[in-house]
Design a protein around this ligand. Structure first.
Ligand code: GAL
Length: 664
């Protein structure tokens, strides 16, 4: 879509006197900036009074940027409604589950169902699109900002009535709703739609099916706000691509649905690089975003040049680390890296957040690193059409996430992401690149699929997974998978009921542990590993046990099983394995599925490939503080140094190489 790698950041010229703008554009040019996200929080400046618009300052800065070779990712500034809008209609302000009305003075203070907000937002977006539709600088639309950040749900009366309408459209009759919600439990049967309320704060556990529908509804409501704007922009600027910035694994929004409506998937990523394992979580976020876009190139919309200011302690990114994180995103499929923000603010809530251009100006380490990266990215245009091809996928679904983490379970502190991350980490450490995939999506091009805590799934997903294995796929399924249908009703008959035939076993009983309890497994090949959290008490049909529990009333019964099903193989893991246990399992399965990456990465180094039809680019990122030597499986040219390399390369600490080779 863009002829070059994108480089730039959020730009807020309205925080600065116009005299600063000349310096901004000159320095942008110096840093290699070619795109800025403009005016994300400019509503009150663009429309200082209802219906009174002031676009002249924006005209001037857009022209100035364009004259300096900088295109715009023009934002619809609807994430922070101006004070006059709240004065006009105080019901714009969102209400929490406890009935507290949130106040003015920060941002994202709006209810997605409020008609005043929606009308005024639409009017402003129309004005903006009409004014700039022919401007050659307009390269991308940035709709709103981080939907469902800070405020993900509103419990006001307008929201309650929107919820009822959503339910009516979904269920048609109260009878169907009562059956789906299981209202026979605790005397919750509804006789009139008006009796239905959002799941506000209540004396005890709320109806889980109701809460699940509420979460679906809230995600859809924010999406409707996005769609309002998208419709306007599509009509006025049909050829300008659009995006809205995601927040990695952000629970309130079903990003599968969202990503399908965008032209480019973009993400904001703020890893805490003081965590020695930050690269893993950060890689996982990149892989999610690439997967949401079905493998097409994505955009790192925001990252920090060094520290943020919203953690309790905000560590800097040490020299070289911002560059490593940027290349990690590119290696994992991004065609551009951007920052929050261009110039560090002098006032406001984020004045201590880092920026490309620090308070101290250009005689700084941060500025030098920003400039160096901008210059380097200009050499990468040849990669723009390449993609990352993963052979392993982790099944990931928001509805499952919402349902799994509701209370009333056996381990009410059970969380989805830690288990996903432990599988992801084991694969990462074995050099395996992983996609995330929706349980109903086509799995046929993966050699290994992992289903961690896939508690909720509908019949289509069940069928899809079974077909995948039966056609020759390798699957690992963890405990507490296949438990309920999309209504959150238990699938009866021994867990996981729909997969018994595929797994060749069933779970008779769950044995969740107390906090201090642990157990061990011993494997068929003579290893011993500790396990925690939970044991499934498994009855084999025709599966084999490859590891048994060592202790407790179910000692010597299966903990990990393997079963041939059709042309494929399914593994089942009935407990939480420790790191070494998981790496034992993954080592075995990765070998069986033949998905090991070549060449092998030394410790502290990440190796990732992008390829197109004729060439491949091996990204080597040295996160360690030591020089490392990497054996190569093919010769090529390192795009960072320009040198030809053969057999091996040595990377300095924080070093990066991008080795371009022909595919033979
Ligand atoms: C993002 C947001 C930006 C800025 C940044 C600070 O979540 O989109 O506007 O607040 O965080 O890290």
């Amino acid at each position: 879509m863009f002829p070059h790698f994108i480089y730039g950041g959020d730009y807020n010229p309205d925080q600065w006197p116009e005299a600063t703008w000349e310096e901004d554009v000159r320095l942008m040019q110096e840093a290699g900036v070619n795109l800025v996200s403009l005016g994300i929080f400019s509503w009150s400046k663009l429309e200082p009074q209802p219906g009174v618009y002031d676009f002249e300052w924006l005209d001037r800065i857009i022209d100035l940027l364009y004259a300096h070779g900088v295109s715009i990712d023009l934002a619809t500034p609807t994430a922070s409604p101006p004070p006059w809008l709240v004065r006009l209609d105080p019901d714009v302000l969102p209400i929490t589950a406890d009935g507290v009305k949130l106040g003015l003075g920060s941002r994202r203070h709006y209810c997605p169902h409020n008609a005043t907000y929606r009308e005024h937002a639409a009017r402003l977006v129309t004005q903006l699109a009409q004014r700039y539709c022919h401007h050659p600088a307009l390269a991308l639309w940035h709709i709103d900002n981080e939907y469902a950040c800070h405020v993900s749900e509103c419990f006001c009366e307008t929201s309650a009535s929107a919820f009822r309408q959503w339910l009516q459209a979904r269920y048609g009759t109260l009878e169907a709703l009562n059956a789906t919600w299981g209202t026979a439990f605790w005397s919750q049967q509804y006789g009139d739609w008006l009796e239905i309320q959002p799941p506000r704060r209540a004396p005890a556990f709320l109806n889980p099916s109701q809460v699940l529908d509420w979460q679906r509804f809230c995600s859809d409501s924010w999406l409707a706000c996005f769609e309002d704007q998208k419709e306007i922009l599509r009509e006025i600027t049909p050829n300008v691509p659009l995006t809205t910035n995601f927040m990695s694994f952000h629970k309130p929004l079903d990003y599968w649905t969202w990503a399908a409506r965008e032209d480019i998937v973009s993400n904001d990523a703020y890893p805490d690089t003081s965590d020695p394992e930050w690269t893993i979580g950060s890689a996982m976020a990149c892989d999610l975003i690439r997967s949401l876009g079905k493998g097409r190139p994505w955009l790192l919309m925001e990252q920090a040049a060094t520290h943020v200011n919203w953690r309790t302690r905000n560590a800097t990114k040490r020299p070289g680390v911002m560059r490593l994180g940027s290349y990690q995103a590119i290696a994992r499929g991004a065609n551009g890296v951007m920052f929050f923000q261009w110039r560090a603010s002098q006032f406001g809530a984020e004045k201590f957040h880092s920026a490309m251009l620090p308070h101290a100006g250009t005689e700084t380490r941060v500025w030098r690193e920003v400039k160096t990266l901008g210059a380097e990215l200009k050499r990468l245009d040849g990669l723009l059409a390449s993609e990352v091809h993963a052979k392993v996928a982790i099944l990931f679904d928001w509805e499952n996430w919402w349902a799994l983490e509701q209370n009333g379970k056996l381990l009410n502190d059970l969380r989805l992401l830690p288990l996903i991350k432990s599988y992801y980490t084991a694969l990462y450490k074995q050099g395996v690149t992983t996609d995330f995939v929706h349980p109903e999506a086509d799995l046929s091009h993966y050699r290994l699929v992992i289903a961690p805590h896939l508690y909720l799934l509908n019949d289509r997903a069940v069928h899809n997974i079974m077909q995948y294995v039966s056609n020759g796929g390798v699957l690992i399924m963890s405990f507490f998978s296949g438990i309920v249908d999309e209504r959150d009703h238990v699938r009866l008959g021994g867990y996981p009921a729909p997969f018994q035939e595929m797994l060749g076993m069933h779970v008779e009983e769950f044995a969740p542990y107390s906090e201090s309890q642990t157990n061990e497994i011993h494997t068929a090949d003579g290893r011993r590993f500790s396990c925690s959290q939970w044991s499934d008490i498994i009855r084999l049909h025709d599966a084999e046990s490859i590891a048994d529990y060592l202790h407790d009333y179910y000692a010597n019964t299966p903990a990990v099983t393997r079963h041939r099903f059709g042309q494929g193989v399914s593994f089942y893991v009935g407990t939480l394995l420790d790191e070494t246990g998981l790496s034992w399992l993954l080592d075995r399965v990765v070998t069986e599925a033949k998905v090991r990456m070549s060449p092998a990465a030394p410790i502290g180094v990440e190796l990732i490939r992008r390829s197109d039809d004729t060439q491949t680019w091996l990204f080597a990122l040295n996160y360690s503080t030591q020089p490392v030597e990497i054996a190569l499986d093919r010769s090529g040219r390192d795009l960072v140094t320009g040198a030809m390399v053969d057999k091996s390369i040595v990377l300095s600490p924080t070093g990066v190489a991008i080795i371009q080779s022909a595919l033979s």
